[in-house]
Write a protein that binds this ligand. Structure first.
Ligand code: MN
Length: 306
C-alpha cells in the first residue's frame, strides 16, 4: 500500500500519517520525491483499512501495490535513486548521470597483494575498491578468505589510497563485523528496504544456463527491464558474469552501452597465482584500457564518470 501525500503537505502531516501507520502495527517508509512524498506501508498480512488514512489531512489517496517488491518498485518512487558513498577522496555517486567503476581482486589474499592491486586500481582512475574477506566456496579445500584480518587490510587500503571499500557479508554473523570496515556491502533488495535502508545498489552478475563458453550467462537485457520497474541503481559484474578474462572488456563496453550505472570488476596484478577467480581477473593494463573505453562509451549514452 502506498499513501500519496499532497505536493504541499507539511512535514507534520507526513509524520502524523507515519505515526498512524505505526500505531496499526505496520511499518511506514516515507519516500520523498521531487513533486510529492509517498509513504510505503509494509508489514501487513492482509488488506489494510484505508478509510482512516485517506481521511487524514495532507493525504491525496491510498494506492494498493500489487507487486511483491513494493519499495523497490517505480510505483513507490518515480525518480532514480542515487546512492552516495562517502570516501576519503570525496563522494562517489551510483545511480546519477555519472558512472562508477569498482575494481579489485576477488579475495584479499595478503597485505602485499591488496596494496599492489589497489595501487593499479587508483592509478587507472576506478572509484571504489572491491575485495572479499569471506569466500564461501564449493569445495572445503579452496581458499575461504582471511576473515577479519582481511577486513583490516581493506581498511588500510581505504586509508592509503582514498578508495571506498566494497565487500561482501555472507551471513548475519559476519555483517556486524563487515559494517565496521566497509563502505558498501553487497547482499536481497526488498528485505533490506523493508527494514529501512534505502541505500541499495542492484547488480547483474549472470544467470545459470546450459552454455559452456562462460561461467554464467550475463543477461544484459535485465538492465533496461529493471530500470523500467525499479528506481534503484544497477551495476554489472562482467567478471563473475562470464568467468573468462577475455570476455570482461567486451561485456564491460556492452554494459555501459545498455545503460548500467557502473561496473564491478575483478583485477589482479598476478592472476595466474590468484587464490580465487584468477581466470576471470583482468590485469592492471586491461583495467586502464577498460576505464578509457568506458569513458568514451559513457559520452555516447549521455553519461559521465564519477
Ligand atoms: Mn570472485
Amino acid at each position: 500500500m502506498l499513501v500519496v501525500m499532497q505536493s504541499h503537505a507539511t512535514e507534520e502531516q507526513v509524520r502524523a500519517v507515519c505515526e498512524r501507520i505505526e500505531s496499526l502495527g505496520l511499518r511506514a517508509h516515507p519516500i520523498p520525491g521531487s513533486n510529492r512524498t509517498a509513504i510505503g506501508i509494509t508489514g501487513n498480512s492482509g488488506a489494510i483499512d484505508i478509510g482512516s488514512l485517506e481521511a487524514m489531512s495532507g493525504v491525496v489517496e491510498c494506492i494498493p501495490v500489487s507487486k511483491p517488491y513494493k519499495l523497490v518498485s517505480r510505483d513507490a518512487k518515480e525518480e532514480n535513486t542515487v546512492v552516495r558513498i562517502p570516501t576519503p577522496a570525496g563522494e562517489v555517486c551510483i545511480g546519477g548521470a555519472a558512472l562508477a567503476v569498482i575494481a579489485g581482486p576477488c579475495a584479499v589474499e595478503n597485505r602485499e597483494q591488496a596494496m599492489a592491486v589497489a595501487q593499479c586500481v587508483k592509478a587507472a582512475g576506478a572509484h571504489l575498491f572491491r575485495g572479499g574477506a569471506y569466500k564461501p566456496r564449493t569445495s572445503p579445500y579452496s581458499f575461504q578468505g582471511l576473515g577479519e584480518p582481511g577486513l583490516k587490510i581493506l581498511a588500510e587500503v581505504r586509508e592509503r589510497f582514498g578508495l571506498g571499500i566494497v565487500t561482501e557479508a555472507i551471513d548475519n554473523e559476519s555483517i556486524d563485523l563487515v559494517e565496521k570496515y566497509a563502505d558498501v556491502i553487497l547482499m536481497a533488495a526488498e528485505y533490506i528496504l523493508s527494514e529501512g535502508n534505502y541505500q541499495l545498489i542492484l547488480c547483474e552478475r549472470g544467470v545459470r544456463t546450459f552454455s559452456e563458453h562462460t561461467r554464467n550467462t550475463l543477461d544484459l537485457s535485465i538492465i533496461p527491464a529493471v530500470q523500467s520497474r525499479s528506481h534503484l541503481p544497477i551495476l554489472v559484474d562482467p567478471s563473475h558474469g562470464t568467468g573468462r578474462r577475455n570476455k570482461v572488456l567486451p561485456l564491460s563496453r556492452a554494459a555501459i552501452a545498455v545503460g548500467a550505472d557502473g561496473l564491478i570488476v575483478e583485477v589482479h596484478h598476478d592472476p595466474d597465482h590468484a587464490l580465487s577467480d584468477g581466470a576471470q581477473s583482468i590485469i592492471p593494463e586491461e583495467l586502464e584500457q577498460l576505464m578509457k573505453e568506458v569513458r568514451q562509451i559513457a559520452s555516447v549514452v549521455h553519461r559521465t564518470l564519477n
